[in-house]
Design a protein around this ligand. Structure first.
Ligand SMILES: [Zn+2]
Length: 276
């Protein structure tokens, strides 16, 4: 599933294609949204925002198109009127004279008024966005200390979009590795230094992935490994997807387990289960 950084990059591509100018034609596949086609066509696209894994395309006049790509949704940007070759189903198309922004396969699409954004069942429950430039380490440390979150295992907490929005499966493993913290631990059992390291890793690993198109490994190391001929999937991450391979930092063997049906990767020596 695309995570916050992938959604933000898709939003950037969509914004480059359609923001700041009128959308000449807007088309929805879902019958209940057809009534908005005429109201949105001809209106300027003011901004393309993300909140965690959701996207909001804001139109002049106050309406926004909300979408959540879930597992299968995918955005394409094409020259106006051209469609990609795909077996997917087109759900939403926003055209201007030069470009078409096309959303395929997503099942969650809606049109929201400003007040409905604030009360939306998914959006209203989201925590702060891991990619938000205004988010600080100290705000995240306070959140980790909050009674709502402090007793939960980090393996589950980090995937809770109400804690921090935008973290998914690969970011969870990578953030915990960078912080040096085992996923079975809980915020209340962390030292101040560990809480700080975790807050910092949540922001930094998410931003690194956004800027580098999904690389969470140290960028210098990733460059070296690529120069040595390693594939992107081999150098992309610290631990995610690398079970049985050597940790880049300590040389130990990376282990994997399944939490809540989703894979989790750990270096047992860099992320000890109990505090030393
Ligand atoms: Zn290690």
């Amino acid at each position: 599933m695309p995570e916050g950084p992938e959604i933000r990059r898709a939003a950037d591509r969509v914004a480059r294609a359609i923001a700041g100018r009128p959308a000449t034609r807007v088309r929805f596949a879902f019958p209940e949204l057809k009534r908005f086609e005429r109201r949105l066509s001809g209106k300027r696209v003011d901004a393309v925002d993300t909140r965690g894994k959701a996207m909001l395309i804001r139109f002049e006049g106050g309406l926004s198109i909300y979408s959540h790509s879930q597992l299968y949704g995918r955005w394409y940007v094409r020259p106006a009127g051209q469609l990609p070759r795909t077996g997917r189903t087109l759900r939403l198309a926003i055209h201007n004279p030069d470009r078409s922004a096309l959303l395929y396969s997503a099942s969650e699409i809606d049109v929201l008024r400003p007040a409905e954004i604030e009360t939306h069942p998914f959006l209203s429950r989201l925590g702060p966005d891991a990619l938000d430039r205004e988010l600080t380490d100290s705000a995240l440390e306070a959140r980790l200390a909050d009674a709502r979150f402090a007793r939960r295992q980090l393996a589950a907490l980090l995937l809770d979009q109400g804690f921090v929005a935008g973290i998914g499966n690969y970011l969870r493993s990578e953030i915990l590795f960078v912080a040096g913290i085992h996923p079975a631990r809980r915020p209340r059992d962390l030292s101040d230094d560990e809480r700080h390291a975790l807050a910092r890793a949540i922001r930094r690993v998410s931003r690194r992935s956004y800027r580098s198109a999904g690389i969470t490994n140290d960028l210098e190391r990733a460059r070296e490994l690529r120069a040595r001929g390693l594939s992107r999937s081999a150098y992309r991450h610290h631990v995610f997807g690398r079970a049985g391979e050597r940790c880049w930092s300590c040389g130990g063997v990376i282990e994997s387990s399944t939490r809540g049906g989703r894979r989790l990767f750990v270096c047992p020596s860099c992320q000890p289960a109990a505090q030393a």
